[in-house]
Design a protein around this ligand. Structure first.
Ligand SMILES: Cc1cc2nc3c(=O)[nH]c(=O)nc-3n(C[C@H](O)[C@H](O)[C@H](O)COP(=O)(O)OP(=O)(O)OC[C@H]3O[C@@H](n4cnc5c(N)ncnc54)[C@H](O)[C@@H]3O)c2cc1C
Length: 292
């Protein structure tokens, strides 16, 4: 009979840190099960533990799009200590899901490969970017994707071709843990890539409150409209709960001005949704994932 994986078997990879240390908005509590796997065999143990105890698995990449409270009865793990790979072959790259997007853009540039510059400066990892179908300036990551290699809930490894995945605005049908991804890129000169990176960086610096911890856009844009503009027109810029504040620079960003906590951000989200609905009838849908 197969031995049941106990929490003691995972002690060496269990994180004792508060999730705040890993969250891009610097908010987080003590999560019940938070792991830092270093290898594929650590991952297998984590998946086994979750399966045997009937707990859902929630991977964390850059932590730039998740707001966590006191998460219980879920198995969370951070991908940052897993091995990183990036193999370039002609105009294609095979990259591990824990690769930071900015490091990838710079590495590809040295091989005269571009296309992903629209994501420059986002503090995210490739897995999170694919899962969220991240995009900006009219482009989405799915346009460059070829296939992904995943670890499914049964602990099996599978390759899923892009055509088998449904991608829409900030959404994908992926339910498994992405281990690696293959992309087809554009051949470009280093100068062209640098100029694109600088162009997008300048726009973000001008329009986003990047000097404060944040989670990017909190809400999805309603069809044909801008959530930031709607929130601004409802007069909500500068509204706050504790140290969480609706940015004066971009109304779809909530910033942490010091010691904001999970409830501060949740209260601000509820306030925005209620006021926008009362004034416009629009129901703003969250882009970030909130787990309490
Ligand atoms: C300053 C700033 C600017 C931003 N600008 C943009 C932008 O222009 N466009 C945009 O789309 N987003 C933007 N974002 C939001 C965010 O960066 C993206 O959603 C990004 O895709 C999240 O990646 P991550 O690695 O941080 O994922 P996380 O926040 O760690 O996780 C996000 C989701 O992906 C899942 N996930 C993570 N890794 C994996 C994996 N390997 N396999 C399966 N699922 C996984 C998580 O479980 C979670 O559901 C911005 C955020 C910030 C802070």
């Amino acid at each position: 009979m197969q031995k049941k994986v106990d929490i003691e078997d995972l002690n060496s990879i269990r994180s004792e840190s508060n999730f705040k240390d890993y969250s891009h908005i610097k908010i987080g509590n003590n999560v019940q099960y938070l792991f830092l796997p270093r290898s594929m065999s650590d991952l297998v143990l984590i998946f086994d533990f979750a399966s045997k105890n009937k707990l859902a698995i929630f991977p964390i990449g850059g932590g730039s799009n998740v707001l966590l409270g006191n998460v219980k009865n879920r198995v969370l793990f951070l991908d940052r200590k897993l091995p990183k790979i990036c193999e370039i072959n002609s105009d294609e790259v095979l990259v591990s899901a824990n690769y930071n997007i900015n490091s990838l853009i710079l590495k590809l540039k040295k091989s005269n490969l571009g296309g992903l510059e629209f994501l420059a400066t986002i503090p995210a990892h490739i897995g999170g970017i694919i899962k969220m179908n991240a995009g900006a300036f009219g482009k989405n990551i799915s346009e460059y994707l070829k296939w992904i290699k995943v670890l499914n809930k049964k602990g099996e490894i599978e390759i899923i071709q892009k055509e088998k995945i449904e991608f829409s605005y900030r959404k994908s049908s992926i339910i498994d843990y992405i281990l690696k991804a293959a992309f087809k890129l554009e051949i470009k000169s280093e100068e062209e890539i640098d100029s694109q990176i600088n162009k997008f960086r300048r726009i973000r610096e001008k329009t986003q409150p990047i000097n404060f911890p944040n989670l990017g856009c909190i809400f999805k844009n309603p069809k044909g409209e801008s959530a930031g503009k709607i929130i601004d027109e409802c007069g909500l810029k500068g509204e706050k709960f504790g140290d969480a504040e609706i940015s004066q620079k971009h109304a779809n960003f909530i910033i942490n001005k010091g010691n904001a906590c999970f409830d501060d951000v949740k209260n601000l989200i509820k306030l925005i949704q209620a006021k926008v609905h009362a004034k416009t009838g629009i129901e703003l849908e969250l882009e970030i994932t909130v787990l309490n």
